[in-house]
Ligand binder design. Sequence first.
Ligand SMILES: [Zn+2]
Length: 384
Amino acid sequence: MNLKEEPVSNFEDRLQGRYITLEHIHPILEEYKTVFNIQILGTSEKGKDIPLLTIGSGRFKILIWSQMHGNETTTTKALFDFMKFITTKSDFQQCILEFCTIKIIPILNPDGAAAYTRENANGADLNRDAIQQTQIESRILRRIFEDFHPQLCLNMHDQRTIYGVKHTRMPATVSFLAPSADEEKKITKSRKEAMSCIVAMQKELEKHIPGQIGRYDDSFNTNCVGDYFQTKGVATILFEAGHYPKDYQREKTRNYIFISLMALFKKLCEEKSTNADYNDYFLIPENIPNRRDIHIKNAILDNIKFSVSIFIQYEETFENKKIQFIPKISAIGDNPSCIGHLEIDAKQKKVYLKNRKSLVVGQIVQKLYIGTNTKDNMLNLGFD
Ligand SMILES: [Zn+2]
């Protein structure tokens, strides 16, 4: 099977960009009513529906949820690509439908999705509410977990652009975690199962984005849903869709999440289990926050005698249902461990803003100049 070719024909083009809400997925769900079993699990804190799709009728039960954090939409797009793939017929799809029963909550936090926030309508982080269960959305997820008795859970998220792969100069385009089930991080049966699935996905991804797959920190936090589900003996995998160079809309990363899902289901269909070698999990390099959006090195600033590095991060703002990426100076000074997704060498020239204003931390820098004040030397860092 050539996994690389799959996404082209299965791309759900009605979902694009970073802002994905119930309104966006509603027409697609309407269309799938005759294909999949679709029900409403309950309503959010603000009364929005939380839909659930059931795909297949096999004995291996998988529970998947995305947008538990409302503004983390890449995996939602990939799940709809997966659904589109399932509706086209082939032996592979047939095997998935016969071996698995897959329950998908595409948007667990529809209020956060509408407001483009990580938290829900009450400002609660649902991935820190596994024990206390203070929020409706947390209770809805717990209920389906307890009623359905899945053998495998996929907890799907986005990570910020700051993550890279340890000991390399690569961004962490996709990261995984088999969460711990206790403080000692013991390798329990369900962790082994999650790890073996992650190894299968990582091996496939290595063919597409070599070196760009990271392993998340496994410190135990029982308030996180994945950790809690692992304590109940259910294999749970954390997916973190990350940055691919220049892909701020995360359309490329969406593809790599889709490819991960293909590799996971291929393993399940071929082996009919989650048991296999898990040791390679520990060979996946760790994720570290060593990336910044832009790094300008060897810059001369008015107020500093020697050349320095300038680090710029895009800050996401949300207004009138539109997301903007605002470039802001996050640090000035050398930090040898930090790498820019965009690296610019100022070659010991002066770097300044319009009207020769100098740069300070926290400042918005849509445009800046390197060297002389001419159009050729102007850097435009803004984009939509
Ligand atoms: Zn998240």
